[in-house]
Design a protein around this ligand. Sequence first.
Ligand SMILES: O=C(O)CCC(=O)C(=O)O
Ligand SMILES: [Fe+2]
Length: 311
Amino acid sequence: MTTAPTTLDVRKIAGHIGAEISGVDLADELSAPVVAAIRAALLEHRVVFFRGQRLDAEHQEAFARRFGSPTTAHPTVPSLDGSPAVLDLDYGRTTSRANNWHTDVTFVRRPPLGSILRAVTIPPYGGDTVWANTVRAYATLPVELRELADRLWAVHSNAYDYVSDAREGDDSEVARRHREVFTSTEYVTEHPVVRVHPETGERALVLGGFVRRFVGWTGDDSRDLLRLLQRHVTALENTVRWRWHAGDVVFWDNRATQHYAVADYGDQARRVQRITLVGDVPVSVSGERSRSVAGDDTSYNTALARSTDAR
Ligand SMILES: O=C(O)CCC(=O)C(=O)O
Ligand SMILES: [Fe+2]
């Protein structure tokens, strides 16, 4: 069944980021106007939330393909067996380290356009995720800092990857495969601190947990300014926090946000599954493109073929 566009209801849930969309069943085949309305809401609100959906991994992939090309794999996080586009973030077993503010995969030259995350298992309390609006963060900086940020570049790398030390001491086949993937490649990329959003033309800060230092600055010299800018990005007025329930689906614009997975649920099970959409190379305000320094992200950015036998 096709959902009529008139049933879509988009409601802001915080002052400066985030909207809940209701009146749509994402397991249905969505009409072009519904897809366009969801995309417009994503661009306007940066992150959109759908409650109580009933998608399996296959549905999730079909939905994701209406908005872009899923990446074949995360460069350092393993995919779900049988579904190469689906990252299986099973924190019940791996101990989350996504509890830091980050924009996804900024250590590669083409960070994702966005991600679609589906809640499979959610603990009875805790495990919320928080997003921050990096366009508003830029726009609300004092003009002198905006001008400085416009000219700065930063070195991003996965040398600190939030799941890279997971499963230590676990000798299972899965754990061995995880360790192999986690430690296989070091990626280093230089991005402008301010990128021009390819769809809206807005300026957005590109910072977060994978930043090591500013290009041409030592780590020591970079620290205070990075901290100041990060504090600005993550001011509570600039954020939205989501209390998950199993079945919820969240779609964020990775070019305009950072996020933080709150690790306050002890050893209770929490499992979410992510499909990541191929993005483009960030462009600075003066038109320069990000530069890869180490690590080949070609395979990461190879979109999955549409045909199922290509899997
Ligand atoms: O577990 C979450 O809520 C988010 C984890 C995360 O950082 C991601 O999926 O990119
Ligand atoms: Fe993330």
